[in-house]
Design a protein around this ligand. Structure first.
Ligand code: C2O
Ligand code: CU
Ligand code: CU
Length: 476
């Protein structure tokens, strides 16, 4: 099922590699394009099966359906989703629709997890605007490994306002879940956070796009829409193109930005999304351009003596990783896409906040907590009043980054003080996950106006989340 061919990459493709190193030959596999399904009367069967993990090897995936990740659910605002999760895994699981505001019973709280052999019926109305959302497993203590093995899928919501923009679509819309995995000598995927990885999180040295190792996709000499979701356990990806070309960022977690913005890179932490326009019109046919996570030194490694030791090490946080290759396969001539005004986003007035709450994301002595308390599925940590607006302040006094995620809300990021001390173009618009580096305080404003019920707020570093950096909150 995988089409394979070989692309020679120069030494420059390997971060910090000595110039004299012989070109590395990389096996490239055709990007898996998951089937696109409507969300009605759908059965998603969770199961374990072998997938391609390298030349002549397979690794054990856990996915929905038969592919290396789950099918893509294409929805329209206003749709009613009726989805059955059938658990054919040998362990408990439950699914969460990351970014969508759904009733409590459909939100995938870990206490709703179902045993092997059981099923769970979801029914919810899609009330959110067009955007790049995703779904993934969410059982307590097991989210990390299940997501790592592929219990994930794309959830693409469309609406009239977005359709009016006539963005590139069909084969020119490429949506990818990007993951990093460690592949052992037999080809098996290793998820085993021990020692330091229990603090920093776990990293892989091999990229998987939609579950495809070292993926390549054919493109035209034209504008393409590239929708990227970071589904790694802990890696912050700094997305950029190998030819140095700028990209146009059009959307983030909760849909379109108020206006497109030119960027040369986008930082995405676990759970975050970027909706980009990438122009291959001046790339000669036959050439390959690669979407990569370019090397950077994570601020928390400076001064720890780790920059030299780990920063350049394959697989470490901040190391370069090629995510997806685009092979320019076909020359086309057509009139260029013309930007029309994007739907406006009304800013939430911070002075309407009825309260300010502070959350400290604390990582110390092999534990991760919020304000000193680890997750207890049965304890209610915060109660907010339905229909009100609050200011939530995320504070990171630890040595590790924390991508903070809220269920049942799209918020606006107001400010970042300390650390990087600024907001970035990819933090405008509606967000459900925001990256908080050590020494940073990030303020977000959130209006609790959809459903009432019990939801979650947590760090989306999957190791931190599984170890208890998660709280319940109730919209009452
Ligand atoms: Cu993708 Cu509870 O999260
Ligand atoms: Cu979520
Ligand atoms: Cu964290």
């Amino acid at each position: 099922m995988h089409r394979r061919d070989f692309v020679a990459l120069g030494a420059a493709a390997v971060a910090g590699a000595p110039r004299l190193r012989a070109p590395r030959r990389v096996e490239r596999n055709a990007l898996w394009r998951p089937p696109e399904l409507a969300p009605t009367d759908l059965v998603l069967r969770a199961n374990a099966h072998a997938i391609h993990s390298g030349p002549g090897t397979t690794g054990t995936a856990m996915t929905l359906g038969d592919g290396p990740i789950g099918p893509t659910l294409r929805m329209r605002t206003g749709d009613t989703a009726t989805i059955r999760l059938q658990n054919d895994l040998a362990e408990s699981t439950i699914l969460h629709w990351h970014g969508l505001r759904v009733p409590e019973v459909a939100d995938g709280h870990p206490r709703l997890a179902i045993a092997p052999g059981a099923h769970y019926d979801y029914r919810f109305e899609v009330i959110d605007r067009a955007g790049t959302y995703w779904y993934h497993a969410h059982p307590h203590h097991r989210t990390g490994e299940q997501v790592y093995r592929g219990m994930t899928g794309l959830l693409l919501v469309e609406d009239a306002a977005e359709r009016a923009l006539e963005l590139p679509s069909g084969p020119r819309e490429i949506a990818v879940l990007v993951a990093d995995r460690r592949v052992d000598g037999t080809g098996e995927f290793v998820y085993d956070p021990v020692g330091h990885e229990r603090m920093e999180g776990t990293f892989g040295n091999v990229a998987f796009a939609n579950g495809t190792r070292d993926a390549v996709v054919d493109v035209d000499t034209a504008l393409h829409r590239l929708r990227v979701v970071n589904v790694t356990a802990a890696r912050i990806t700094r997305l950029a193109l190998s030819n140095g070309a700028a990209m146009t960022l059009i959307g983030v977690d909760g849909g379109l930005l108020p206006a497109p913005v030119r960027v040369d890179h986008v930082d995405l932490a676990t759970g975050e999304r970027a909706d980009l326009l990438v122009d291959f019109s001046s790339v000669p046919v036959g050439e390959t351009v690669t979407l990569r996570s370019i090397a950077f030194t994570p601020p928390y490694q400076r001064g720890m003596g780790m920059g030299g030791m780990r920063g350049g090490e394959a697989g470490a946080q901040g190391a370069a990783l090629d995510l997806l290759a685009f092979r320019v396969a076909r020359a086309v001539r057509e009139k260029p896409w013309v930007a029309r005004p994007f739907p406006t986003i009304a800013p939430i007035d911070p002075s309407t906040a009825v309260t300010t709450r502070e959350f400290n994301f604390v990582s110390r002595m092999m534990s991760h907590s919020i304000n000193g308390r680890e997750f207890d599925p049965d304890r209610m940590d915060v109660t907010v009043k339905h229909g009100t607006t609050e200011l939530w302040r995320f504070i990171n006094p630890s040595m590790f980054p924390h991508p903070v995620h809220l269920h049942e809300a799209q918020f606006q990021v107001l400010s970042r003080t300390g650390g990087r001390a600024q907001l970035f173009p990819w933090e405008r618009g509606w967000k459900d996950t925001v990256l908080v580096y050590p020494e940073e305080t990030v303020d977000v404003i959130v209006h609790f106006d959809a459903h009432r019920g019990r939801y979650l707020m947590h760090c989306h570093n999957l190791v931190h989340e599984d170890m208890g950096m998660m709280w319940n909150y109730e919209i009452a």
